[in-house]
Design a protein around this ligand. Structure first.
Ligand SMILES: *Cc1c(COP(=O)(O)O)cnc(C)c1O
Length: 495
């Protein structure tokens, strides 16, 4: 179809030609999505992307000509929708990922429809985000005057906390001089710290050599005496310590550092205290679990995800900063074209742009606002508590299976375990468990992930899943032995 060359009067637009026709298609999109979610328990946890589908997706050229909404939607149904990593499934226990909720999905659609620009404007979405941050501050035990920001994920939320710490504690103007204005700035965390810290220190210009990793005890919690000694040694060597990072819920085993002791030490040493509570912070929503993360409320900054144990669809995370002014001091910058005129659309200034690096941001707050109100925050806390009970019961159940060894205490919602046959060396066990993990995933039985604990390969069952029922975990537990025994037999025959 040859296109009319544009003129001032061609009135081209990307809105639908026929709104009624589009409405029918849009309703189908919602119905199909909800039906898919409803039938998740009947589907395998994961199905590898078929080679022909991959090839079709990967080879398509730039679509210059219109294909029409309906055909593109049909292609989505056939080639995209079924082939995710499985995080929607009740049998998904890999890494730390949430499942999303139907209400969260709809809220994302509504937010997208509003197309709110979340630099902060004089509008309702701004007040909604401010309220969500205020609720989260209260839930996490932070003062009502705290600053904060919704971010895309835990990595970025942690990054923001560290950026504020760097500005507050460098001892010179880092916004002007970067990391070149004085001695090397150092940051402290345990060896169990998530990989975000390494990347973020690189991004902050400090270099990952500034991340001092301190040993952990048998429960995978930071050794506070060793931490104190490392800080003293660094000071003696002319470095400038700025921040202690505690973890509430480590990614490997779910352990939580002694956050009260870290808060005390940070106060003694005049250091910023940041907590990575990516998923663990949410334990505070359950009155039973809250003591596990006690001390977290004393942090200067706290980062946590809402797309993991808050169960909202990707992406949404939050950083809270106790001293709102410290956060603004690290980021605010108002060019003349964004000046607050005191009235009109921009009245009140670009509050969110002044709290972080991003200018244009999406209306992530809406899914949190709607979900908290619709479900009630206590219901989210109850599912979190259920996940912890499930992880403990699952570990007890598989510990009964001969050859299964539990590799770390179940501190929260993560059971790490391995299949250890009689007479196998450590290296053979590692190889067996690597293969076992892949067969569990490829068979569609479940999606756990792998990791290393104390130098040995383990299988991690991490439950941040509001869809998992006990029967799903029983099915998984029952399915392990046949797969493991088959690998064991193959290895014995081969050696
Ligand atoms: C997942 C996770 C992160 C990173 O969060 P993203 O949302 O994936 O960016 C950081 N720390 C811990 C402990 C995590 O589990």
């Amino acid at each position: 179809m040859p296109q009319t060359p544009p003129t001032a009067r061609t009135d081209a637009t990307l809105d639908p030609d026929d709104w009624n026709e589009f409405r029918v298609l849009a309703h189908r999109m919602v119905d199909d999505s909800l039906e898919f979610l409803r039938t998740l328990p009947d589907r395998p946890a994961w199905t590898p992307l078929p080679a022909d589908v991959r090839a079709a997706l990967a080879s398509e050229r730039v679509p210059h000509e219109p294909q029409g909404e309906a055909p593109v939607y049909e292609e989505f149904l056939a080639r995209v929708l079924p082939w995710s990593n499985g995080s929607r499934s009740p049998q998904f226990f890999g890494w730390v990922q949430g499942n999303g909720t139907p209400l969260g999905m709809m809220a994302d659609m509504l937010a997208s429809g509003m197309n709110a620009h979340m630099a902060g404007f004089n509008d309702a979405p701004r007040v909604v985000e401010e309220r969500v941050i205020g609720w989260l501050a209260e839930l996490m035990g932070f003062p009502a005057t705290s600053g904060g920001l919704l971010m895309s994920g835990g990595t970025m939320a942690n990054y923001l906390g560290l950026a504020v710490a760097r500005h507050a504690k460098a001892g010179y103007d880092v916004r002007t001089h970067g990391a070149l204005g004085g001695p090397r700035l150092t940051v402290y965390a345990s060896t169990e710290i998530h990989s975000w810290a390494h990347k973020c220190l690189e991004l902050l210009g400090l270099g990952h050599a500034s991340l001092r990793r301190v040993a952990v005890d048998d429960d995978f919690r930071i050794d506070v005496a060793a931490l104190r000694a490392t800080i003293a040694a660094d000071r003696a060597a002319g470095l400038r310590p700025i921040c202690i990072i505690g973890t509430a819920g480590t990614v490997n085993s779910g352990a939580t550092d002694d956050l009260g002791a870290l808060a005390d030490l940070a106060a003694d040493e005049d250091l910023w205290f940041h907590v990575d509570g990516a998923f663990g912070a949410l334990a505070r929503l359950s009155p039973t679990l809250a003591p596990v993360v006690h001390g977290m409320e004393r942090a200067d900054s706290l980062a946590f995800d809402l797309h993991k144990w808050g169960f909202l669809p990707f992406e949404i995370a939050c950083v809270l900063v106790r001293d709102a002014e410290a956060q603004r001091a690290a980021f605010s910058l108002t060019p003349s074209y964004l000046r607050d005129e005191g009235r009109g659309v921009i009245a009140g200034g670009l509050t969110f742009a002044d709290r972080g690096p991003e200018l244009t941001r999406g209306f992530k707050a809406l899914k949190a606002w709607m979900s908290f109100k619709a479900h009630g925050v206590d219901a989210i806390g109850a599912v979190i508590e259920q996940n912890v009970m499930q992880a403990r019961a699952f570990a007890e159940r598989i510990a009964q299976v001969p050859s299964v060894e539990i590799s770390a205490p179940v501190a929260l919602n993560i059971a790490v375990w391995r299949w250890v046959p009689r007479g196998f060396s450590d290296a053979q066990c590692d190889a067996l468990n690597r293969e076992l993990l892949l067969r569990i995933q490829e068979s569609g039985l479940a999606v756990p992930s792998g990791s290393m604990v104390k130098g040995r390969y383990v299988i991690r069952t991490c439950i941040t899943n509001h869809r998992t029922r006990w029967q799903d975990l029983e099915r998984f537990a029952d399915g392990i032995a046949p797969l493991a025994q088959a690998i064991e037999a193959e290895m014995r025959a081969g050696s």
